[in-house]
Design a protein around this ligand. Sequence first.
Ligand SMILES: Nc1ncnc2c1ncn2[C@@H]1O[C@H](COP(=O)(O)OP(=O)(O)OP(=O)(O)O)[C@@H](O)[C@H]1O
Length: 316
Amino acid sequence: MQPPRRVMIIYNPAAGPREMTREIQAVARRWEGRGWSVIIRITERPGMATELAHEAALEGFDWVVAAGGDGTVNEVANGLVGLPSALGVLPVGTGNVWARQLGLPTYPLVHPLRVQVAAQLLEAARIHLIDVGRANGRYFLLWAGIGLDAQVAQQMEPRDRGTKRLGALAYLIAAALIARDFPAMRATVFIDGRRRIRGRTLVVLVANAQLYGGLVRIAPQALLDDGYLNICVFRGMGLPWALRHFINVFGGRHLQDPAVKFFTGRQVLVETRPVVPVQVDGEPIGHTPMVFEVVPRSLRILVPPTAPASLFRDST
Ligand SMILES: Nc1ncnc2c1ncn2[C@@H]1O[C@H](COP(=O)(O)OP(=O)(O)OP(=O)(O)O)[C@@H](O)[C@H]1O
């Protein structure tokens, strides 16, 4: 691959269980040592990473690297869709699902060396053009969630550092409490104009990638460059159904459960009664009804050599 001439690192100091400024500066020095021009920009508020990334792309930066978690990656991606700059990630967030999806090191949570290893892997990355999802004018890389999981995101975000240190555990406890009180949701799901689901539903997931929440492969056959979204509908209502799905998902058996319906498509419309929240890449973005569509091959990303080949239809 052509080495980049100009790199912008967009660092979110609010991401992750602790501040990583020094580690990010070390990455910048490392890359400058290779003769690249590197600028670090620090976000001061939600949404700013999108503006910085968009400006960087218009100014001709070759790489725009999100230093943060999935929220930061999502914001940076939103500034780059349709433009030539390539998106990279230095995983210094909490969940870091996108980084994990690409095989970058994400454990242990706060290990400084992890960032340097990720930087080294990016040096060996290739550039690949991938699909993104779009909902309510917002692009997503990983998934959109409608229903119970978005309710959890809505109640948990923004998390303070104490909650972030609890990591997945805090999410699981919150999910159980929220599932207990989650109202009976009736969902109607249209895929490419055809009605495919109607009735009691806990969660509808519209996935672009394979991983969900960092721990489970919710859509094992999802490809990042095939022009399709993967739709997973979890039927039922109430805590017993939530537990059933939870156990199956963690055991990797959810796709064999007749109460889980799986589809692929390019456009999804989800209507619900009552109205429920929607999240993309872990960030609440609004409420139903909402349309989700694929924007094929619209974002360049840096793919480290550790990324699983099973993520791509085209390996070049
Ligand atoms: N200076 C800032 N102060 C407060 N929040 C910020 C700032 N800059 C960005 N943000 C917001 O911080 C939020 C959380 O960031 P991010 O998702 O990257 O970290 P995380 O939640 O720790 O990680 P993950 O999503 O991987 O679990 C984002 O939604 C972003 O809009």
